[in-house]
Design a protein around this ligand. Sequence first.
Ligand code: FES
Ligand SMILES: [Fe+2]
Length: 440
Amino acid sequence: MLRENIPDLAKMVEPDRVRREVYTEPAIFELEMQKIHETVWIYCGHESQIPKAGDYYQVQIGRQPMLMVRGKDKKVHVLYNRCPHRGNMMCGDRHGNTGEQFRCSYHAWTFHHDGKLKNIPMMDSGYAGTRLNKESPELSMKPAARVESYRGFVFASLAKEGPDLKTFLGKSIVAFDDMCDRAPEGEVEVVPNCFRVIQHSNWKLFMENQIDALHPSVTHQSTGRAAHEVEKAIAKKAKAGEALSYHMLSAFATVTIDKWDNFQTINYPYGHCILTGYMGLRPQDPDTKAYDKIMIKAYGQQRFEEIVGVNIHHVLVYPGLSVQSPLQQLRAVRPLGVDRTLTEIWHFRLKGAPEPIYRRSLAYYNLVNSPATLINADDLENFWKCHQGLSSDGGDWVSFARHYGHDIEKPGEVSSAPNQGTSEAPMRNQMKAWAKYMRA
Ligand code: FES
Ligand SMILES: [Fe+2]
């Protein structure tokens, strides 16, 4: 039905460019929600967000308001946030604890943590002789079709059919392994709050930007330059290492486009991408040395070297997640409309790691994401301006031609060529996956 209303999808995506309507047409957005976000595996949250029975968190999957909830049996369930009686939203708060049961605020139907009906007031007399009895499945809160967790990271799919989570993640699973392996206890736990940012543009602009190695030294140049000045001034008087926060920012200016070309992107069939090249260094300050010692004790020298040697800057799990595993942070993308996108930016503690290591990743998290940072503001301004330009009649196409024709294709992956880290291969790959999902 919807398909008839939208322009011919086959004409929208070419290997090196896409039509602007892909970002601006509301009917295409609706179809994306059905065919992509409400079909594939979407990140719900981390198990440590809901440690106790009855703990829940709201999560948006496509257009569907869902609840991630911990059951008495310790299992994590993902349910539609909807009462099966007359549709009342079951939980109004973003997160909390529902106690022994869910209890609808409208007519007091109650449900177990897995969504199964527990009780309806005066069920026997009220529903005798009707189509409903206690066993009717439509009297329970509807669960997501599939829920799986990997190393504490919970995903749900609203489609019954499809690859299992591990198959879907493929090589991008390294994001979660890299993050957890860097913890002496092999696990991370969420820091219980996130930044929530709404950008006034289409969700795909965000996903493209996360692996856009061409933009940091331009978009974030002014911020990086200013930080570099302060970093130099501090270095003159203080001991080395004390300017790490400024160094994290100045890298945006000092790592110029030609240096970004040294990095590499590796792209995968479901639209995922890995950007290799870790900018975070391996400093030799006392805090890092103390951490290294604990890690060596936990894993042995050889495994420790393997873990800290993982060469990853960023992992994109299409269509809704961007993970910076060496810095223990991730951004979950929740499309709200064709021109509005929410990102939830979470960070994690390495279990068993000393406090200064946490404070370092917290510093980075705040430096690039907080409402006060210029880094995120620079990106957000670009997103908004892109959306304005794409909504105009100034042109019909978006170009992804950088280094087109040079990518290296192997079965199951496409890499940017050596010294072409700023290739637009990730955008071409995302749109290729997008077209496949949309035609399915
Ligand atoms: S709408 Fe929930 S009990 Fe009536
Ligand atoms: Fe950026």
